[in-house]
Each structure stands twice: as C-alpha cells, then as structure tokens.
Ligand binder design. Structure first.
Ligand code: NAP
Length: 251
C-alpha cells in the first residue's frame, strides 16, 4: 500500500459492514483518516474503526429521513475540527424492493429517499467543507445496465445516481472536485454470505462473469480507492464497472 491518501480525510457512508467497511479499510491503508458512518450497527462501525487502527471517528445517522444531511454534517464537523473533507464516498443504500408486481409506494419512496435524495443532499450540505481538489465517489450497481426485474426500482435509484455523477462532475469541475461512480456486480460480503449460499446461485453468477468468480468488498474498494486518490485527478463524470465482467457478453 502507498500513503497516497496521507493527511486526507474521507467520509464513507454505510461503513459498518460490507463494501463500505472494505472501502474504509482500503482508504485507511492508503493513509487516510476515515469518518465511519453507520445507521443501526454502532458496534459494526466501531469494529471498522478498530480495524483501521482508530484512525478516524464514527458518525451515526439514519439516511433517507429529513434532516439527515444536517445530522451527518454536525458530527462530521466535530471530527474534522476545522479541517476540510477530502473524499466523500456515498456507499449506504437500501436493498432492492422486489419486482413491480409486489412493490409498494412506501418501499419505492424509501429506496428513493435513501439511495438518491440522501446522497444528493449530503453532497449539497458538505460542499462548503469539501476540499477544492476533493473527490466524490458514489456506489452504483450493474443493475443499471443489466435488466433484472426483481430490482427495477433499485436499478432506477442507481441510474439516478449515475446521472447525478455526470452532471455534478460538470458543475464541480471548476473547483477541481472530481465526481465518479463505481458499479459493483455480485459482491459477497460477511453480511450477505447466506444469500450466495442459495443452491445454484453462485454457480449461475460465476458462469456469467468474465473473470469467473464472485466479487469481494476488497475488489470494489480498490476501484474506489483509485478514484479517490490523487492519481485519478483527470477522471471525472465516469461510472467504473467493478463487477469482474458480470453479463459482459455471450460465452
Ligand atoms: P450492506 O451490507 O447492506 O450494508 C449497507 C450499509 O449501509 C450498512 O453500513 C448500513 O448501516 C448502511 N445503511 C443502509 N441503510 C441506511 C440508512 N437508511 N441510513 C444510514 N445507513 C444505512 O450493503 P453492501 O452489500 O455492502 O452494499 C454497499 C453498496 O454497494 C450499496 O450502495 C449497494 O447498493 C451497492 N452494491 C452492492 C452489491 C452487492 O452484491 N453487495 C452489488 C451492487 C451494488 P447499518 O448496518 O449501520 O444500519
């Protein structure tokens, strides 16, 4: 690991487990101090913080409710203690709410609130403290390019995130801020391991993945860490697929 992120502060939403935890660990390994955000799992967030040697602080806040950005901003400001935020990783998300036939307005509204409204207004709230060479990386999904009817509304939220990425990149470029997204495919974490035990599922996915295995949080975190690093200074408005080539083509 290099220390390319030394002296930088990153906020990773949803870092109490899964991909968010792997991102926090990877950014910390590159030298960053990390604000480890969580909603319900305070113990998980504290474990993430412990895994990175305590180099950071935790932020507990529900996203997708009114006032969420203010809550994060308030706690972040204490941890920053007058410093700038260098990297914002919008990782926290609500899970797919099922196919259109069984979806509900309440579940749809919740997905939109957590996956779209929260990152958008969190960016708005944090822009004044974001460094002028700052980085915004949002976690999308291959669901935006793979039609999967059990994930229609979820895919819609990630599509919105990708559109936000391109348009904000245009606006924030004047400040030197880059805005990108990373789109994971099937990614096995400690939290969703049981799901991938479904008979036949892993074999099916692996068979449709060019690189021939499931992804890990660490695989995704590498892509995020690159986009968050100074080396990615000339890349903005992009969606980087980090799926090992899930549904890339035939054969
Ligand atoms: P996960 O295991 O379900 O973890 C979600 C994280 O987000 C947790 O830290 C959780 O906090 C937080 N969170 C969820 N809802 C929240 C809310 N309303 N307010 C605040 N925090 C909330 O997720 P994951 O599988 O690591 O996925 C991470 C990202 O990758 C998501 O954006 C997801 O859509 C995307 N993705 C994942 C996969 C995959 O196969 N895993 C594939 C494509 C895209 P608490 O636990 O503290 O409540």
């Amino acid at each position: 690991m290099t220390d390319s992120m030394s002296g930088r502060v990153a906020l990773v939403t949803g870092a109490s487990r899964g991909i968010g935890r792997a991102i926090a660990e990877r950014l910390a390994a590159a030298g960053a101090e990390v604000a480890v955000h969580y909603h319900r799992d305070k113990a998980g967030a504290e474990e993430t913080l412990a895994r990175i040697g305590g180099r950071g602080f935790v932020i507990g806040a529900e996203l997708g409710v009114h006032g969420d950005a203010d809550e994060v901003h308030e706690q972040l400001s204490v941890g920053l203690a007058g410093r700038r935020l260098d990297v914002l990783v919008n990782n926290a998300a609500a899970q797919p709410a099922g196919p259109i036939g069984t979806d509900t307005e309440a579940a749809f509204d919740r997905l939109m609130a957590v996956n779209v409204r929260a990152p958008y207004f969190l960016i708005q709230r944090l822009l004044p403290v974001l460094a002028d060479d700052g980085r915004i990386v949002s976690i999308s999904s291959v669901a935006t390019r793979m039609a999967n009817p059990v994930q229609t509304s979820f895919a819609m939220t990630k599509g919105a995130l990708e559109t936000m990425t391109r348009t904000l990149a245009q606006e924030l470029g004047a400040r030197g801020v880059t805005v990108n997204a990373v789109a994971p495919g099937a990614t096995r974490t400690e939290a969703n391991g049981a799901f991938f035990e479904t008979p036949g599922l892993t074999e099916l996915i692996v068979g449709q993945t060019a690189l021939g295995r499931l992804g890990s949080g660490e695989d995704v975190a590498e892509a995020v860490a690159f986009l968050a690093s100074p080396a990615a200074r000339w890349i903005t408005g992009q969606v980087v697929d980090a799926s090992g080539g899930l549904h890339l083509g035939v054969g």
